[in-house]
Structures are given as C-alpha cells and as structure tokens.
Write a protein that binds this ligand. Structure first.
Ligand SMILES: Nc1ncnc2c1ncn2[C@@H]1O[C@H](COP(=O)(O)OP(=O)(O)OP(=O)(O)O)[C@@H](O)[C@H]1O
Length: 241
C-alpha cells in the first residue's frame, strides 16, 4: 500500500519562535519499495516519519495512507488506522522490560482489547528468527534480537507500511546487517513498504531509493547507488550546508 505526502509542512512552536521542521514535502512511498531518508541532523527526518505515520498532524498539506487521507479521520479512526495499517520501529526498541518477547509482540493487540493467538505470536517471532527466544525478557536478549522483537511487534497486525527511525542506530555492524536483511526481505518476499531514517550510508544502500532532506525540504533522490555513492553525496551535502 502506498503512502503519499502532498506539500506537507510542519511548524513547531519553539521557545525562541516557530521552527519549520518540514517545508512543503511531496513524496510517494510505493507499495513494495524500500526508501531510506537521510539528511543532516535537524533536517526533519523524524518529523517526516511521524507525520507520514499519523503520529503527528502536519501543519499544512496532506498525508494519504492506502487511499485514506489522514486529515479527514476523527481521533478514533486515526488510532485504528495507525494500529492496523502502520508499523513503527524506534532506535531504542521501546520494548517493555518486564514482559517476555511473546508478551511484547502481543501487547498492542491486548491494549486494543483483543486476544493475540499464541500460535500467531510464535510464528511472528519465528519470522524474525527468534523462535527459541519466545520466553526471554529484553535484558536477556542482544540489541539485534531486541530490535527483531520490536519489528515482529510492529508487523503483528500486518501493517501496510513499516516506518523505522534509525532502527540500526544502537546496533553493531553484524546485528545491523541482520536487521537490514530482515527489512529488505519484508519488501522483496512479502511486498511490504518500508521507510527508514538512517545516518549510515551502508544501511541506506540496502534501500531501493535514498531521499535526501535538507532544512525540511527534499533536495535529491538517489537510486541504484552503493554505500560509497551515498557517502560521497552526504559528504558533499554536509560541505554545502
Ligand atoms: N516537538 C518539537 N518541538 C519543537 N521543535 C521540534 C520538535 N520536534 C522537532 N523539532 C525541531 O524540528 C527540526 C527537525 O527535527 P527532526 O527531529 O525531525 O530532525 P532530524 O533530521 O530527525 O534530526 P536528527 O538526525 O538529529 O535526529 C529541528 O530543528 C528540531 O529542533
């Protein structure tokens, strides 16, 4: 399912006056594609992800997920859409430390007052290679394993799109690679849509397309480039900023 941003703007009321985090962003994230979002610190990457996922309302413009314009939904419908159609993964995993891997995966559904079938929870953890860690708590798992639990949780409701905000930011190279391979597989084998913020050219090169954000605007899009190509482009960008 496709996510579209049409001329999206986002302004925050900062202490020293308004801050424009997004300034007329138009972008389409097509079904079955993997997009990386890069840009200097403060360029609006997280804000773009939050607006696209319906976690924050844009100040102007429109976000459409699978044909539904988010701005036309009331709070209940928006909550339901976010729960059922959108997955979100954070850099610091956001797992509940007192719950097992299985309980963490089932949590969003339980919070919504629904039962999570234990076979399905097991299957979700098997899908991310953690069938033998079902009863482990976060502190008993490595960083990469915790992120995979978070991804299993985000995917549990079979969302149309998965947003990931620096999902490998807290991981070493080897575990980053495992998580990136998993995200790539979601797109290639299951036709999911993945949008990932990253600072890392190696991670970005796993995507089909890299969108570059500067001062809240998309300034460039790269396709078919390797990690060195992405790194060169980022270095040039940072020099010109
Ligand atoms: N809740 C908020 N209130 C006020 N200003 C905010 C808020 N959230 C973000 N901003 C500002 O909006 C701008 C964009 O922030 P954002 O977090 O989207 O950038 P980013 O590219 O993700 O940065 P980083 O790479 O450092 O995480 C920044 O100037 C930031 O200070």
């Amino acid at each position: 399912m496709t996510v579209r941003l049409d001329d999206v703007g986002k302004t925050y009321d900062g202490g020293a006056g308004p801050v424009t985090a997004l300034d007329g962003v138009t972008a389409t994230f097509d079904e079955g594609t993997f997009t990386a979002v890069m840009g200097p610190s403060g360029s609006g990457k997280s804000t773009l992800l939050h607006c696209a996922a319906g976690l924050e309302p844009p100040t102007s413009g429109a976000v459409t997920i699978a044909g539904t314009r988010l701005g036309e939904l009331d709070e209940t419908a928006l909550t339901r859409l976010r729960r059922d159609r959108v997955g979100f993964v954070f850099q610091d995993f956001n797992l509940v430390s007192s719950l097992t891997a299985a309980q963490n995966v089932a949590l969003p559904l339980r919070l919504a007052g629904r039962r999570a079938d234990s076979d399905r929870v097991r299957a979700a953890l098997a899908e991310v290679g953690l069938e033998d860690r079902i009863g482990h708590r976060p502190r008993e798992l490595s960083g990469g394993q915790q992120q995979r639990v978070a991804i299993a949780r985000a995917l549990f409701t079979r969302p149309a799109v998965l947003f990931a905000d620096e999902p490998t930011g807290a991981l070493d190279n080897r575990t980053s690679h495992q998580v990136l391979t998993l995200l790539r597989d979601l797109v290639d084998r299951h036709g999911r849509t993945v949008v990932m913020v990253t600072h890392d050219p190696v991670s970005a090169a796993v995507a089909d397309r890299v969108v570059l954000l500067v001062d809240g605007r998309i300034t460039d899009e790269l396709t078919g480039v390797d990690a060195a190509g992405v790194a060169d482009r980022m270095t040039a960008l940072e020099r010109s900023c």
